[in-house]
Design a protein around this ligand. Structure first.
Ligand SMILES: [Fe+2]
Length: 285
């Protein structure tokens, strides 16, 4: 199995079940693993105020997962009653359809392994820190949690229709790199940002990137880069907007967009609702 970049995946898939889940085997983590987690957590937790949306911050307090690599079953005991979601352990990236089927059934796949110390600032593949710190708190928000399930259902359909590339852009620009307009200013709810030491400040404070109002079809037509900070961020008003915009059947959208040349990651269109027009290209992450 290979990831988006074509290289061999890092995880141990030899003991994975047909749905790609494994046991977390929490006892196998070393003290060095827990120490690395604490350092990653400490750095990101210090950056969250003023950058993350309130929903994320509130859930961090509920999760209370800073002291050591969290046990998934302990978090599930809190997450289940909150939004009926469950975490499942996976060796790493999983095939698209498997991923969508988990989400459609309110199961969020979380990678079991943690990065190496030298990858403290940047890692190519998602590890447990990205998957857990970035994604899990948002699953405690009821509207966002429903959006992720709807995305999974949409993904199964997109898989049938050959439209995954378009749908993946929606995930990228919302779940991974989304911004939200709040009474206190722009904040982020995107896991790719929230788990990044550099992008969490860059996405809100740098003059370089564009910040543009959420537009579903525009996003599904916009390419993205995986190896630099984003050149454009899309801003939602609230999670209800996200859920409502993505509730309809996407089949006619795919038909309308198919064959159109996608927009460059840096593009600003005349039809965009521009919060901020970027001043220069993104730098390497
Ligand atoms: Fe992610």
């Amino acid at each position: 199995m290979t990831g988006e970049t074509g290289h061999a995946l890092r995880g141990d898939y030899s003991r994975a079940r047909p749905d790609c889940t494994v046991d977390q085997d929490w006892e196998a983590y070393t003290e060095a693993d827990h120490d690395l987690w604490r350092r990653l957590y400490g750095r990101q937790a210090s950056l969250v105020p003023g950058h993350a949306c309130e929903e994320f911050i509130a859930a961090m307090d509920v999760c209370d997962f800073g002291a050591a690599i969290p046990r998934f079953d302990a978090i599930n005991a809190k997450l289940g009653p909150a939004t009926r979601w469950q975490l499942v352990a996976v060796p790493g990236l999983v095939p698209d359809l498997t991923f969508f089927e988990h989400l459609a059934n309110r199961r969020f796949p979380v990678t079991v392994w943690i990065r190496k110390p030298e990858e403290f600032d940047y890692i190519v593949e998602p590890d447990i820190f990205h998957d857990f710190f970035g994604h899990v708190p948002m699953l405690f928000d009821p509207v966002f949690a429903d959006y992720i399930q709807a995305y999974g259902r949409g993904g199964i359909k997109a898989h049938e229709l050959g439209a995954i590339e378009m749908l993946a852009r929606l995930y990228w620009y919302t779940v991974e790199f989304g911004l939200i307009d709040t009474p206190r200013g722009l904040r982020t709810y995107g896991a790719g940002i929230l788990s990044s030491g550099g992008e969490i400040g860059y996405c809100l404070e740098s003059p370089n990137p564009n910040r543009i109002g959420f537009d579903l079809l525009r996003i599904m037509q916009t390419r993205y880069k995986i190896d630099t900070f984003q050149e454009t961020y899309f801003v939602i008003r609230d999670f209800r907007q996200l859920f409502d915009a993505t509730a309809p059947d996407f089949t006619p959208y795919y038909e309308a967009l198919r064959g159109r040349e996608p927009h460059a990651p840096s593009a600003v269109l005349a039809t965009d609702r521009v919060y901020h027009r970027g001043t220069s290209p993104a730098r390497a992450a």
